[in-house]
Ligand binder design. Sequence first.
Ligand SMILES: Cc1ncc(COP(=O)(O)O)c(C=O)c1O
Length: 384
Amino acid sequence: MLPTDAFSMRIGTMRQSLIRKVFDCKKSTSINLGLGQPSENVPAEIIDEGMRRLKQGDMGYTANAGMLSLRDIIARSHNLPFAGSAENVVVTCGAQEAILAAMAACLDAGDEVIVGDPAFPGYAMAAEFLGARVVTAPRFEAEGFRLNTAALAEKITSRTRLVVLNSPGNPTGKCDAEAELKTLAELADRHNFYILSDEIYSDILYIPSAMPSATQFSSRAILVSGLSKNVAMTGFRLGYLIAPNKLAGSLTRSHAVLTTCAPTLSQYMAAYVFENPRLRKVHLPLYTERRANAINALNANLPHLPHTTPDGAFYILLNCAGFTSDSLDLALKILEQTDVLTTPGLAFGESTRQWLRLSFAGTPANFTTGIERLAPFFKNQTAA
Ligand SMILES: Cc1ncc(COP(=O)(O)O)c(C=O)c1O
């Protein structure tokens, strides 16, 4: 049944984000291991550039696809085999809008989009918002939840229009393997679907050789990325798409309907980041330390709970199968009893129903305190 305050079937029947469901119960005192929100500020020189541009004025609309100079430098920075110029780039309001714009350009109502289980919930929400059908393809714990193309192939039908990848992944922190990506590229040609490759965490990579990209192997791939995570510009809403020529025009049209253009100030700041490429990895040393601290804190305080070790991004999955069959209940109970915010694995799919996602995007002290509070909590729980 529709909630009484819903104005459309589209909104009334949309799935609710379980990440937000727990987040909305948090207090101002809560230790936040929940959100993927970097704790540090945007680097001062990027802010200085923004201030300089603001004072200069010229903050009106840009071209729908974004400023030509910005699109040009984004294209050159990525140097994809099938997309080499500004014409291939669309600058969006964050990666989430990039995902919605790409789906709107590729999917009609009733078309099918395959997402991983587990996967970032923003994909399913965007697809359902457009009236597309979400089909999940399992990823297996024993394989680190990486892409398993054989399992995915079983889900392909004549309505499949898009397959979504995310590497390094949220919530898994894992990168997909080259061989699987090559097989997927062959399947995309054979079955005539596109691949949406969300690589928003690609500058936060702890094992540099670990990240092959679908865009290296398929001219049917669309890259999604942005500056929310690598330079902590979440609130500036700066994302982008890079797509093959035949798709770029459609992407611009759907993006223009959604938001006209990305914020002009953020575009100037982004141009500065791409002109100074060291900035894209400016926080990597910090996250490398935070990752080590997080693994130490888990091993010291919760040695009986298995956890993942991320190749990239800033998330760790904690296996709570011994304690719960429903991570939403568990996360709410943890918040109530310890004032620590975690994210239920169920938010990402059935395969992580018994897991919690922990974010180490905040300070090491914050993470350690949170884990130290979880230790007595789990000690007092009877095994499920
Ligand atoms: C995998 C993934 N893609 C996209 C996004 C959305 O990024 P943005 O804040 O740039 O919209 C997120 C945010 O958490 C994410 O984890």
